[in-house]
Design a binder for this molecule. Structure first.
Ligand SMILES: NC(=O)c1ccc[n+]([C@@H]2O[C@H](COP(=O)([O-])OP(=O)(O)OC[C@H]3O[C@@H](n4cnc5c(N)ncnc54)[C@H](O)[C@@H]3O)[C@@H](O)[C@H]2O)c1
Length: 267
């Protein structure tokens, strides 16, 4: 059901790879709610993913950008403003990748070159993105910047490995840059802490299937789907949440406030 919550707004969505990606669902919902968007992903993801299909469906230009390259980011924001006909109103950061997890390194034997790369892609890219927006003065008064995160930033989930620290850094960037964006530009910056979700990035974590079931039982409302995450993000891009900033917002069916659930002990 569309309510035109984003009528007249312009946005940029990072991180739609295929139709399982959380960013894919968010892009679809934003356009349903009346927004005009550009889509972006790393050049390599454009070759292997299905983003072309989404671009056609949503009539959204696709502008490649490696989120670790300042040059690519500048080009992305400049071209997006040209394509959309003015400054943007919202941005979604939906990017995560751990090199050590990919290479199956255990947490007690991490490679630090890989760790640098992981932090750069998964967390520093958020600061890079916000700094580019800041320098180009690319966002309108009342705008909204969001990144997706996970509760491993606060609690220990051993198989999440160095992504836990990436998410802690990402959430801290949201608070620190949120201060500057608030006082000088009247722009919100928040992170949404999402339930485990079946995507390329999600299912790359060891033991994901078992963990997905555990989290589903622990959460009174069950795991939040990518579609419901998209609904929530639409509200955070809309004018109905203009005073919410510098927050880490749990979108997890209640998981984050649970201690124990009898459902976990049932067969
Ligand atoms: N799936 C889950 O269980 C879950 C739970 C909570 C939070 N999240 C977060 O949601 C976000 C989206 O992940 P997803 O689960 O939809 O998986 P996904 O694999 O569909 O998305 C990850 C995206 O990051 C992009 N990316 C990787 N390196 C990049 C680079 N250098 N430059 C630009 N883009 C790059 C990939 O191309 C991909 O589109 C991530 O931040 C992830 O940590 C996922």
């Amino acid at each position: 059901m569309a309510n035109n919550l984003l009528a007249g707004k312009k946005g940029i969505i990072f991180g739609a790879l295929d139709d399982k990606s959380i960013a894919w669902k968010i892009a679809e919902r934003c356009v349903e709610e009346g927004a005009q968007i550009t889509l972006t992903n790393a050049p390599v993801a454009l070759r292997f993913g299905q983003i072309d299909e989404l671009g056609k469906k949503l009539n959204a230009p696709i502008i490649p950008a490696d989120a670790t390259s300042m040059e690519d980011l500048e080009n992305l924001f400049t071209k997006s403003m040209e394509a959309l006909g003015g400054k943007i109103d919202f941005v979604l950061h939906s990017i995560g990748m751990s090199v050590n997890v990919r290479k199956k390194k255990s947490y007690t034997n991490l490679n630090y070159d890989f760790m640098h790369k992981t932090f750069d892609i998964s967390a520093m890219s958020f600061h890079r993105m916000m700094q580019t927006i800041w320098k180009l003065d690319a966002i309108n008064d009342g705008g909204s910047i969001l990144a997706l995160t996970y509760i491993a930033a606060q609690r220990v989930f051993p198989d999440y490995s160095e992504m836990a620290e990436s998410k802690a850094l990402l959430e801290s960037f949201a608070r620190s840059f949120g201060y500057h964006f608030g006082v000088e530009k009247n722009v919100r910056v928040n992170t949404v802490s999402q339930s485990p979700t079946w995507t390329t990035a999600g299912s790359g974590v060891k033991g994901f299937e078992e963990f997905f079931g555990y989290a589903d039982k622990m959460s009174p409302l069950g795991n939040a789907s990518a579609e419901s995450c998209a609904d929530y993000c639409v509200t955070l891009f809309s004018d109905f949440t203009r005073m919410v900033t510098m927050q880490n917002l749990y979108h997890d069916g209640g998981f984050s406030n649970m201690g124990m659930s009898p459902r976990v002990l049932e067969d």
